[in-house]
Every structure is written in C-alpha cells, then in structure tokens.
Write a protein that binds this ligand. Structure first.
Ligand code: NOJ
Length: 515
C-alpha cells in the first residue's frame, strides 16, 4: 500500500476546463502546472486528471485513440513531465485516467480488427462470427465493417469493447473464454500501457469502468482476477503507485481485485445517493436536506459492511461530485453543501474534491451537450478564477471557449470566495486542514457509529478520540450522549454537550474531543 495514501486528499481536474494558458479556449497541462499552488492551498495533495490522451473526443477523451500520446490540445509529453516534476517537488501525486474497457473506434487496434484480413488484432475486440449473428442481449453495432460480424460496444457507439473474454461462454461461435490467449493478450496490452505511464513518472490511475472487462461475469470473478494480476505487477515494480476504481463495490474491487481505493458512486437509491442526491417523485428525500425526510440507515446498512470488510485492505473514496453527475449545488443549498463536505472530509477513506465544488459552482442546466457530455455537460464548465474576462479561465474570446463560463452576476470565483467568511471555500479548506492536522480524523483512523437511526437525525460517529455530529435537517435535535466535551474542534451552526446529551441545532455540525 503506497504510504502517501494515508494522508491523501484528492482534487479531480477536468483538464478541458481548468485553466487555459495559450488562449485557445481549452484548458491545458501548463495551466494545471500553474495552478498547483492553488490546489495545494486547498489542502489537496493529490490530483486525478480525466483522460489527457490523443482522442477524437466523442466522449471527452474516454475514447482513446493513442494510449501513449498526450492530446495536442493539452500540450505534449514535456508539459506532462513538467507537471509531474513540479507536483512531486511539492510532495503532490498525480493519477491519470486509465480506460481499460474500450477504445475509440479510430484506435489503430480497432482499424486492424475491422478488416476482413486476420491480424494480431483480430481478437482484440469482440466481434460476432457473422453479420447475421446479433443476439439482442448484447449491445452490438451491426454490419458496418469489411469484416463479417458485429462488434460489442462498451459505452457510446464509437467505443468498441476490448476483448478480455467471457466468464460464461454462451455463444461459443464467437465468444472466447477469459483464459484464451487472445483475452490474455488484451490484459497484457493494458499492462503495457500502464507500465508506459508509470515509467514516465505518473503516480497511478483512476480506472474507468473497472468492472467492465470480462463479459458474462456477473460475480466479477474473472474481472477481479485481471486486476489482482495488475496489483501484483504494481506491488513488485511500482509499489508507490496507486489505483482507484470506478466500481462502487469495495468487496469486489478492493478485496478481490486489489484496488487501493474504490469510489463511492452515486447510484440512484444507494448509500451515496440517499445521503446527498435522492429525489423521489420530485421530492428531496436525501439525508442532507433541510426538509429532514432523509434516512441515514440506507447508507449505514451498505457502508458499515463494506467498511468492515475492506478497511484493512484499502479505502472507500467519498467524492463531492465528479464529471458525470450534476454538481451538489443542484440538490443542496449552501448550508447543506457545507455540512456534506464536513461529513465527507471527516469520514475514513481517501476523499476527492471535484474542481469548483470548493466554490459552490453551479450545475449549468441550459447547455447543449459537448463531446458526449449530455446531462453531464453542466458540471464540466470552466473553473471560475476571478472577475476578469471569462472569469479568469482563458483569454480567448468568449465564443471560442470549450464551454461557456457561468454568466450569473453572482457567480462564485476563487477571488470572491477565498477570503469570504462563512463561504463553502472557507469551510471545506478548514475541514481538510483539520484532517491533515489530526491523524485520528484522517484516512486510516478507525470509525465507529455513535448514532444513526432510521428516519432520524443527527448522524454521529467517532474517529478515535473525537466525536463528530451532523444534523442537516431544519430541526434542532437532541440525543443522549454521556461523554464530556474536552475540547471543541470545529462547529458549523450550533451544538451543545452537557455530559448527558448532545443538542445539535438545525443545519449544524460539530467535532469535539472526548478523550
Ligand atoms: C465513466 C466515465 O467517468 C465517463 O465520463 C465515461 O463517459 C464513461 N465511463 C465511458 O468511458
């Protein structure tokens, strides 16, 4: 386990939209290098970069055309090297995004695989044996190649699935078993890509759709085995590099697959969703909502089991948001956002802050889809730095920007939030600072439930000598709590402890030392 994960707090950067240094309207690697001080100033000491590889950008770069080349719009390999060098000199770490499940249909492997003539890439993707074979249970693109067959896609139509074989072979005419040499060759090709960048100096990867490799693998047994093998390679040759999976199943990802971290994703109705983003027939039933109609037990039932079974092996990663979901501001008011951050950054695991969430950036619902973003586009708009042109993101003319900046008169910017009392920025940076200062609030320290009852507030938990209380509802609440408050560490709103009970006012949060 890389030691630096013990104290890691990540910042996710969507590179298109962070900072543009060459006035072409799109963010670039030099821009990220220039803003490293800003990121560090937030308390984030690690970065996840969305894909920066050469791509036709039909899915914002998750459609890789050349795994080993930096997309020209972000700069070149030297720029990446400079970013890594500077980050490392600041004791920061950088993860690239690895897309193992598919490539762009413009990738040279696919161009070869599509041909009628057999080659080393004939089995790199999943083709049926003839064009009239198209079982409806598979997402197939039908009959458009020289080769006689249809191919499986993993996501959008331009993202053919790489062939790691099938766990259960139901159509032996065209499905290879997962231990077939061609399936193994795909896994080796993946490791070759990883080695390339790890040798280059990156600190690991966020892994896209990590559970999508082997098909007909409901329990993900063969898929986890591929990752276990990758983990062995990393432990042996890159012991300081880290992997975080887009999986949302810590037992399969961390325990079986060997991932160091697994994202707690927003899957409607799961623990994460019912905490922060749970709209039921238009009504907000999230736990983090002043309406107070939330139920913490859905989260606890899921989280506690996963946490107990994986806490000695890896980390569950909370995130404020990512590039695939509406921003938190779409669901929560500013008070509630602050409480949600206070909770996420005092839970165990390795937490992730999405760029702009420290400002309370808006989810821009009115935008036309960009590069396959669709409903996700509104969370991918340019970072808001200051009151200058394009809110400081770029010196290009406004019509050249990747996406428009928030045109609201009161749009939050780093400039107008950074020193503002009571801002989301102030709150989240305070909490991250405490996480670094107090080891018992950090990634590895134990977690224990103090109070979490069905349909009730608050949620309270212990981290070592500290007790944390959060009441996002609009009502004051009181629970029995017979420990003494030795020291007040942090408060949002109001909370009182008299050795018998804890009174947590509406929309409030507190950390106290009790031992
Ligand atoms: C998940 C990524 O986060 C998303 O942005 C992408 O479109 C899909 N995987 C496909 O790669």
């Amino acid at each position: 386990m890389p030691n630096w994960l013990k104290d890691a707090v990540f910042y996710e950067i969507y590179p298109q939209s962070f900072y543009d240094t060459n006035a072409d309207g799109i963010g670039d690697l030099k821009g990220i290098t220039e803003k490293l001080d800003y990121v560090k100033g937030l308390g984030c000491n690690a970065i996840w970069l969305n894909p920066i590889y050469d791509s036709p950008f039909m899915d914002a770069g998750y459609d890789v055309r050349d795994h080993k080349k930096v997309a020209a719009r972000y700069g070149n390999e030297d720029d990446l090297k400079a970013l890594l060098d500077k980050a490392h000199s600041m004791n920061m770490h950088i993860l690239l995004d690895l897309v193992p499940g598919h490539t762009s249909d413009t990738h040279p492997w696919f161009q070869e695989a599509k041909k009628a003539k057999k080659s080393e890439f004939t089995n790199r993707y999943i083709f049926t044996n003839c064009v009239w074979e198209a079982p409806p249970e598979y997402r197939l693109m039908c009959g458009i190649c020289e080769r006689d067959g249809n191919y499986l896609v993993n996501y959008f139509s331009s993202q053919p699935a790489l062939n790691y074989g099938f766990y259960e072979v139901t159509h032996p005419q065209w499905q290879l078993p997962h231990d077939h040499p061609s399936a193994k060759a795909s896994a080796e090709a993946l490791k070759d890509v990883m080695r390339h960048w790890l040798d280059f100096g990156v600190d690991g990867f966020r892994v896209d759709m990590a559970d999508s490799l082997v098909k007909n693998d409901d329990e993900k047994i063969a898929t986890a085995a591929i990752w276990r093998d990758v983990r062995e390679m990393m432990d042996k040759d890159y012991p300081d590099a880290a992997l975080v999976s887009e999986w949302c199943n810590p037992q399969r990802s961390i325990k079986n697959g060997g991932f160091h971290m697994d994202f707690y994703l927003d899957h409607y109705g799961n623990g994460y969703s019912t905490l922060f983003r749970y709209l039921v027939d238009g009504e907000n039933k999230s736990f983090f909502c002043k309406d107070g109609k939330g139920d913490i037990s859905t989260f606890l039932d899921e989280y506690l089991v996963n946490y107990e079974r994986t806490k000695d092996l890896g980390y569950i990663s909370f995130m404020t948001n990512n590039h695939d979901m509406p921003r938190g501001t779409f669901y929560m008011d500013d008070d509630t956002i602050k409480l949600s951050h206070a909770m996420m950054f005092t839970m165990p695991g390795v937490p992730f802050l999405y760029y702009g969430d420290e400002l309370g950036m808006r989810y821009q619902t009115e935008l036309v889809s960009k590069e396959g973003g669709f409903s996700r586009t509104g969370s991918r708009t340019p970072m808001q730095w200051d009151s200058s042109e394009n809110l400081g993101f770029s010196q290009a003319s406004a019509d050249k920007l990747y996406l428009p900046v928030d045109g609201n008169e009161n749009a939050p910017t780093v400039e107008n939030q950074k020193n503002k009392k009571g801002s989301i920025y102030e709150n989240v940076t305070n909490i991250i600072k405490l996480r670094h200062e107090i080891p018992q609030l950090a990634n590895d320290s134990e977690f224990e439930l103090i109070y979490g009852e069905k349909n009730k507030y608050p949620f309270a938990y212990r981290r070592g000598d500290y007790a944390v209380f959060v009441n996002p509802s609009g009502n004051d609440v009181e629970i029995s709590f017979e420990e003494k408050e030795l020291e007040r560490i942090y408060t949002i709103g109001n909370a009182e402890f008299d050795g018998k009970s804890a009174k947590i006012s509406a929309s409030s949060f507190a950390i106290i030392k009790t031992k």
